[in-house]
Ligand binder design. Structure first.
Ligand SMILES: *Cc1c(COP(=O)(O)O)cnc(C)c1O
Length: 312
């Protein structure tokens, strides 16, 4: 397969360990992959994607890096942190909707002295156009990273994650993750196909986008980048709707899952992504989707920054 250049932005491999109390409660073997400990900012899944995306930006001579997301985007915060480490200039053009006082990721961006612009729009097309306008105004070579870092190149970060798990000597029957913009789920599903073909990957959807199509498309595009000779279809993965009242609006089940993880294991999830994803895992266990001996891996994808900007 073809290999792509990537930068070393984080600390890998991240740990995998068993959740003893939760395993006992749910009647199956639950493990956690600690991608909340990826070693940059407060950790999180975007670091693996940024290792590829910013390598591409550097190779193309970019000095300024744009990205976008919601006002509390973990991805935007981690992009800024990575740019600081690399000596590139981050510019974040975020959706104004849902903005809070200087809390959570907004506070972290302030501490990094980042140029954050809040745009009163719901359209990413408007935001990408604004990036071009600002980039030309700045007069320096710039690079645009899409929302969530979810393009084919970013997806490769989670293909690597599955190889990393295999290289840690671990096998799992299931891998469960949150799905917000799709790159993480697509990378895990493609990685499982390549490196752990007996593992079923389930994406817990925390937004209302057409993730069946998005996931297949990203898997196919990433497989094409790798020159991997495989056939990808919708049957390669499972999805479950865990969005509840809406993206970035906490749900009752999600909050209960955040509380369960905190009370049982002393670990913190967030209400936007990982809490809803873990609620999906709990629901599957309650429905009997896992046998007592099944090994179920939950990807902790981070989100600590956002935890301090919500009311629960
Ligand atoms: C972005 C994010 C996700 C979702 O990953 P996608 O690749 O965007 O689907 C999950 N958890 C956290 C904490 C995130 O910040």
């Amino acid at each position: 397969m073809k290999a792509f250049e990537k930068l070393a932005l984080g600390v890998f491999p991240t740990p995998v360990h068993k959740l003893e109390n939760i395993s006992r409660l749910l009647g199956t073997q639950v493990y956690i992959k600690r991608d909340d400990m990826t070693g940059l900012g407060l950790g999180g899944n975007k670091v693996r994607k940024l290792e590829y995306l910013l390598a591409d930006a550097k190779a193309k001579g970019a000095q300024v890096v744009f990205t976008t997301g919601g006002a509390q985007s973990n991805h935007a915060m981690l992009t800024a942190a990575a740019c600081r480490k690399l000596g590139m200039t981050p510019v974040l053009i975020l959706k104004k909707r849902g903005v809070t006082a200087r809390q959570g990721n907004q506070l972290l961006e302030h501490l990094m002295g980042v140029d954050v612009r809040l745009m009163d729009t719901d359209s990413y097309e408007d935001i990408y156009a604004e990036m071009d306008r600002v980039g030309q105004e700045m007069g320096k070579p710039y690079y645009k990273i899409p929302c969530g870092g979810s393009n084919a190149l970013g997806t490769l970060g989670y293909v690597d994650c599955v190889r990393e798990i295999r290289d840690q000597g671990m096998q799992f029957d299931h891998i469960i993750c949150a799905e917000g913009s799709g790159g993480t789920m697509a990378g895990l599903a493609l990685g499982a196909k390549l490196y752990m073909p007996d593992t079923r990957v389930t994406g817990m959807m925390v937004d209302t986008d057409p993730f069946d199509r998005i996931t297949v498309d990203l898997m196919r595009e990433a497989a094409a980048l790798l020159h991997a000779d495989i056939v990808i279809s919708r049957e390669d993965f499972d999805l479950r709707d865990m969005c509840g009242p809406g993206y970035a609006i906490s749900s009752q089940e999600g909050n209960a899952a955040v509380a369960m993880m905190a009370e049982q294991e002393g670990l913190f999830l967030d209400p936007v992504y990982t809490g809803k994803a873990f609620a999906g895992l709990i629901a599957m266990a309650e429905e009997g989707a896992f046998a007592p001996d099944d090994r179920v891996l939950f990807l902790h994808s981070g989100g600590a920054g956002g935890l301090f900007a919500v009311e629960m």
